[in-house]
Design a protein around this ligand. Structure first.
Ligand code: HEM
Length: 388
């Protein structure tokens, strides 16, 4: 949300240094470990798949940045989720009202339209806790972690410490939690709706990797169909359907439109990705489109509009891309996703609806998630506790 400024540049530089493509390899062990645990949770308590997906997103950032093992029942994790929900409400409901009617700021919080004051107070309080608690634990904890290393290197430099804390908090709150959860959830739902795609992707994995191990990052370029499924999910279901708004810093004219200084345009990846002038049948899930396109599916991830573009493009995109891809490949390799059945054995229809919220994700639905066979079950059980 920060405006383009020296402060933003400093924060972005720090992020860039630790989240660029080569640096993101540091997160691979945590990604393998958490995704193995995710598969395990999915076979043990499959009906709570949404919760497991959320726990994966949460656990991953806490372990890869702070070296902490924080479960979804942890108070900190709950606070973080609450604050993300508040951020979404603030952005979509409350703050636009204050911007239109600035005098609302001077009214008491019970005045109609002034709920934003309570939201802002509560958010401020939770964010202070979420900012400080894991940072302190990482610093004093026994393990090494990115945050602990940076804190040590920058001891006695409060401005740097502030940046480091904010990098952790933003990674967690703003993005990883809901964006990663949203993309993986969209994948799970889509596979239930498209069993043919699921079988085809699984067959590719069996052919290339075999059945004795789970997919690894090194396998990625040998799995073009799986890549196409991943790209298609990101295209059809961007976690932030409106992106984030930007502010024009001067008057501008674009294709006959006047964009005044201070205007806050949204560049919606959802609208762009489903533009019928660009894509025929834009709402149809057809991974083959990537496979058959002249450039193939392995183009730069900067082409994935779900991550935004330009100088504010998602700075955690390499980490996110790895997490979502690995989760997709690992689920396809081992699990069977189907519609749930009722007591008479009939398939329960799923509406396949998505929320209309700032962070878009599937609405709750019932499905059946099982290991595809005993061999897959054994593989999941054997790898769940291993750290790669
Ligand atoms: C699937 C997961 C993710 C998606 C879909 C996603 C998407 C986005 C989008 C659309 C933006 C706004 C770009 C713009 O303003 O044009 C953004 C910005 C950002 N993302 Fe992500 N993101 C994801 C994961 C992550 C992760 C894992 C991190 C950090 C670890 C992260 C950190 C950030 C930050 C710090 C910004 C603000 C960049 C700036 O304003 O300079 N994101 N992301």
């Amino acid at each position: 949300m920060q405006q383009y400024s020296d402060t933003w540049r400093g924060n972005r530089r720090l992020f860039q240094q630790h989240f660029r493509q080569s640096a993101s390899r540091r997160f691979h062990p945590a990604q393998y470990h958490k995704i193995n645990q995710y598969l395990h949770s999915l076979i043990i308590v499959p009906e709570e798949f949404m919760q497991h997906t959320m726990s994966l997103s949460q656990g991953l950032i806490y372990s890869s940045l702070y070296g902490l093992d924080i479960g979804s029942e942890d108070l900190l994790a709950k606070k973080a989720i609450e604050s993300v929900a508040l951020i979404g409400r603030a952005l979509l409901e409350s703050f636009p009202a204050v911007e239109r009617f600035p005098w609302l700021r001077f009214m008491p919080s019970w005045f109609p339209g002034c709920g934003f004051q309570q939201i802002a107070d509560k958010l401020g309080q939770i964010i202070r806790e979420v900012d400080t608690i894991p940072f302190d634990e990482a610093k004093t904890g026994a393990g090494t972690s990115l945050i602990a290393e940076l804190a040590l290197e920058n001891e006695g430099r409060p401005a740097e410490i502030k940046k480091i804390k904010s990098m952790g908090t933003i990674s967690f709150l703003g993005k990883t939690l809901f964006c990663t959860m949203s993309s993986i959830s969209a994948f799970l739902l889509t596979m239930v709706q498209h069993p043919d795609v699921q079988f085809k992707a699984r067959a590719e994995i069996d052919r290339v990797i075999g059945r004795d191990r789970l997919p690894k990052f090194e396998d990625r370029r040998s799995l073009p169909y799986v890549e196409s499924v991943y790209r298609k999910i990101m295209r059809m279901h961007p976690a932030l359907p409106l992106g984030l708004f930007h502010v024009s810093i001067e008057d501008d004219f674009y294709q006959g439109y006047h964009i005044p200084k201070g205007c806050k345009p949204f560049a919606s990846p959802l609208a762009m990705n489903r533009d019928p002038n660009v894509y025929s049948e834009p709402d149809r899930f057809m991974p083959e489109r990537f496979l058959d396109s002249p450039d193939g599916p392995f183009t730069s991830i900067n082409n994935i509009l779900a991550f935004g573009f330009g100088r504010r493009v998602c700075v955690g995109r390499y980490m996110a891309d790895n997490t979502v891809w690995l989760a997709i490949a690992s689920v396809l390799a081992t699990l069977d996703l189907q519609k749930a059945k009722d007591n008479e054995g009939n398939e329960v229809d799923i509406p396949g609806e998505y929320t209309r919220t700032f962070f878009r994700h599937p609405k709750p639905y019932r499905s059946s998630i099982t290991p595809r066979d005993l061999q897959a079950r054994d593989l999941i059980l054997a790898t769940a506790t291993m750290v790669d």
